[in-house]
Design a binder for this molecule. Sequence first.
Ligand code: FMN
Length: 234
Amino acid sequence: MSTLLHIDSSVRAATNPNPDHDSISKNVARRFIDTWKQNRPEDEYIYRDVGVNPPAFITQDWIGAVFTPEQDRTPAQQETLALSDTLIAEVSAADVIVISSPMYNYGMPAQLKAWFDQIVRIGKTFDFDLERGDFPLQPLLSGKTLIIVTSSGEFGFEKGGIREESGHLVPHLRTLSKYLGVDTIYEVTAEYQEFGDERHRVSVANAKARAESLASELSLSAPALSSRNEVTDA
Ligand SMILES: Cc1cc2nc3c(=O)[nH]c(=O)nc-3n(C[C@H](O)[C@H](O)[C@H](O)COP(=O)(O)O)c2cc1C
């Protein structure tokens, strides 16, 4: 059995009274999830819509609690870290992580960044040692597969694309993915939403088809998805 963690982050719902307002990234991700569940109904499934229910922003108290040894934390500090503990436990349990994200202002939504800020945490998802020289941070989790689903209004953010230099969404997610314990990444991209033309329709149709075929392919290679790391506190 594997565990699938699904994070949506658009502020738009997947279905609305006016379908033109439906979140594209959520609907593409849903194709992946539906196909996966059809093939592997026994798998654990964890879902969060951080676009609609955003995690709290971290605070100075949060940082203070993180840097207090676990055995010395006050009840208030434990409470401050409770959400972070829960979100990290969900990531830790996951074999496959699906993150769907709209492009907002050329990067990820603040709500998704807030989720990462709760998760990328010293002693939990990375450790820090100056003995390692210029690269003192080391991820503590490993063995996970990440599917990044994105939707953008413009297009050409990929390597070699006409807006490569403005494409901060996927590169940022890729950089952060190592702190989720991700070794393998797949991308599914829908573009052209703001143009509303044939290119947009083709792009969305292709993204949905790719999400389904990727889910079929990966769900049938489950043994490769079974490695999992436990997190320990510092
Ligand atoms: C606040 C906001 C900022 C956006 N910024 C960008 C942007 O920088 N680049 C872009 O290509 N599209 C941008 N868009 C368009 C969205 O990426 C596009 O509508 C996408 O489909 C949203 O994802 P969703 O359909 O899952 O909600 C923006 C949309 C909103 C609402």
